[in-house]
Design a protein. Structure first.
Length: 625
């Protein structure tokens, strides 16, 4: 009886305990959901991964990113009235004509953040310093020689696309996008850059003068007119009769025998590392990297050439051997798919994102759940990135990463990593150790060039003794691997959106800016990688861990953080599915062209939406039901 009673009691306690745990779990989950709080990285570390003594700098970066993203996401406008107020606070102007219709379009298409379009404002601000007609005439002049100017153009007249200048898949793709809302647009000429590389570099002093004029022009007239001006002069003539002068034409220049930083530095502040040679590379690093193993703590600044340019000017193909450079310091609205931070181009969503091209569009046919993926970092691609010669190829950014991942070439090399510091006497210490990566690289990396291109001599024969080319694989096949590193080619990488949409974890190194950058949070949606790759092994050993039987035997033990990587991949995928959809591309381009239409309008200072937004109250209430 005593045994039976004891057993009964144990069963009762176990049952009760299980019930309590289920209650706590259920209540905690519901409570977090109601607060709008996402998954906690701390919980992942503490419950499922090896505990290590000492500070974890990556965990700190994850938590900072979570907090920044939650603040960003919770602050967005939830009604037209709120959006109008927020617009005026941010930009000191009324929203442009057509803003109400754009807002309705955006909300009906579930655009997550109505407010986050600062990139558009940043790109268009300089044009408030020029006369609208002068801007229109400059575009018209560029369109007279589209091949010589490396542009194509779309011409909107009376709410429709009346014509295009130039041909090719890029302008045809952009045409198909603009056609979806052209009836809402005023007359305009949209000059699109046909090169991979950005085009405009304005001297810092000149840009500051332009921005000063833009600030001085801000106003919110109480009786603003909610329509664009019709029948303005200075647009491209569609009858074949030229209406431009020599003064309207822009002169483009190349940079033979020069590095790009010689031009780029002119667009940087005088006190920046790019123009102040007294600042060391270490001082520049401190602005965007952690002091331990150089983790990227500010992804935006990690691609700021005014900060990192001196350190990477000989380490990125675009900066020392670009495949094509045609630039100007003139103020002309050129729409480009990417740019570096010093460029004055107007960013728009890349055509390859809108065009359903299987090379760049996510296809989940071969994508599998995290636990079924190969425990490997994978990359395939061409040797693109700049003009390659026998003297310079080893400094190209793609080739440098191949070296970092090639076990044979790493013999005798060491890297800094973050070991499991279980013997530290101080829990506040951040331990680092040297690591011999050959065995780790051979086990966990699969990097390969599929072909060569852009070489002098053209046959790229100097690679014959260096690389064994690998077979091309489909984009979908790459999703069978857990880790996908994304690096620049001649310009930006068109695979990035697909990587984010996959169930794999994207790792990103770039110097280029794209339209969507402000809505993606490094360490929340992807892992940032420095353009010198000196943090590469600290990152990869952190996620993959090192074997207990390390080779060589004196290699440090690094704890595995597979669940953290899985969480990051999931967060990146869910967010990309929310903010990088085709509907988001359409909403961005629609709003960009409304703003562009205003800045080239002769009456731009007196047009816009001056109301309080109350007329869409019922519309907003209907959407929230």
């Amino acid at each position: 009886m005593l045994v039976s009673h004891s057993l009964h009691r144990r069963l009762l306690l176990l049952t009760s305990g299980a019930f309590v745990l289920l209650f706590i779990y259920f209540f905690g989950t519901v409570y977090r959901h109601r607060l709008g709080v996402g998954p906690s990285h701390d919980t992942v570390h503490e419950e499922t991964e090896e505990k290590c003594r000492g500070k974890d700098p990556i965990k700190a970066l994850l938590n900072q990113a979570d907090n920044a993203w939650r603040t960003y996401d919770s602050a967005r406008s939830m009604s037209f009235s709120e959006a109008v107020v927020e617009y005026r606070v941010r930009y000191g102007r009324h929203p442009p004509p057509g803003f109400k219709e754009w807002y309705m379009f955006a909300r009906e298409n579930d655009v997550r953040n109505i407010d986050d379009f600062d990139q558009i404002n940043d790109d268009l601000r300089p044009f408030w310093s020029a006369e609208p007609k002068a801007i229109r005439r400059r575009v018209a002049a560029a369109c007279e020689d589209p091949i010589g100017n490396s542009i194509a153009a779309i011409h909107v007249r009376n709410g429709a696309i009346a014509n295009i200048t130039g041909d090719g898949w890029r302008i045809e793709t952009l045409k198909s996008l603009v056609a979806r809302f052209s009836e809402k647009l005023p007359d305009m000429d949209i000059a699109m850059n046909t090169l991979d590389q950005p085009r405009l570099v304005t001297k810092w002093e000149d840009m500051q003068a332009m921005l000063g004029k833009e600030i001085a022009s801000r106003n919110t007239p109480p009786k603003a007119i909610y329509s664009f001006t019709k029948n303005m002069e200075g647009f491209v003539s569609l009858t074949g009769k030229s209406n431009v002068t020599e003064e309207d034409k822009v002169k483009w220049a190349g940079i033979p025998s020069k590095q790009y930083m010689e031009i780029a530095s002119t667009a940087c502040p005088p006190e920046s590392p790019a123009r102040n040679s007294s600042l060391s590379i270490q001082e520049a690093d401190a602005r965007y990297k952690t002091p331990v193993v150089g983790l990227v703590s500010n992804f935006n600044m990690s691609s700021d050439l005014c900060v990192v340019g001196p350190a990477i000017k000989d380490l990125h193909g675009f900066l020392f051997s670009s495949s094509s450079i045609s630039f100007s310091d003139a103020l002309i609205p050129i729409f480009s798919e990417c740019k570096v931070n010093v460029n004055s181009d107007i960013l728009f969503p890349a055509n390859m994102y809108w065009k359903n091209d299987e090379r760049y569009t996510y296809d989940g046919t071969e994508d599998v759940d995290w636990d079924k993926k190969h425990d490997t970092l994978f990359w395939r691609g061409a040797t693109s990135g700049g003009i390659q010669t026998p003297e310079n190829w080893s400094r190209m950014h793609r080739q440098r990463l191949e070296f970092m991942m090639n076990g044979t070439k790493l013999q005798g090399k060491t890297e800094r990593v973050l070991p499991c510091n279980d013997r530290s006497s101080n829990a506040n210490d951040v331990a680092t150790s040297t690591f011999q990566p050959t065995a780790f690289a051979n086990k966990h990396f699969d990097f390969g060039f599929t072909d060569s291109m852009a070489c002098i001599p053209e046959n790229c024969e100097f690679y014959n003794e260096t690389y064994t080319y690998k077979e091309k694989v489909s984009l979908s096949h790459q999703f069978t691997y857990k880790y996908l590193v994304d690096i620049d080619g001649h310009s930006f990488s068109g695979r990035w959106r697909a990587f984010l949409l996959s169930k794999s974890l994207g790792i990103k190194a770039t110097i280029f800016r794209e339209w969507h950058d402000s809505r993606l949070f490094a360490w929340r949606h992807f892992v940032p990688l420095d353009n010198r790759y000196d943090d590469f092994y600290a990152l990869m050993t952190y996620f993959l861990g090192t074997d207990a039987n390390n080779t060589p035997s004196d290699n440090p033990h690094v704890a595995r953080h597979d669940k953290t990587a899985q969480t990051l991949a999931k967060q990146g995928r869910e967010w990309a599915e929310t903010v990088l959809r085709n509907e988001d591309i359409e909403a961005y381009m629609y709003r960009l062209l409304l703003e562009y239409g205003r800045v080239i309008d002769d009456n731009r200072d007196s047009i816009g939406y001056h109301g309080d937004g109350s007329e869409l109250k019922e519309f907003d209430e209907h959407l929230t039901r």
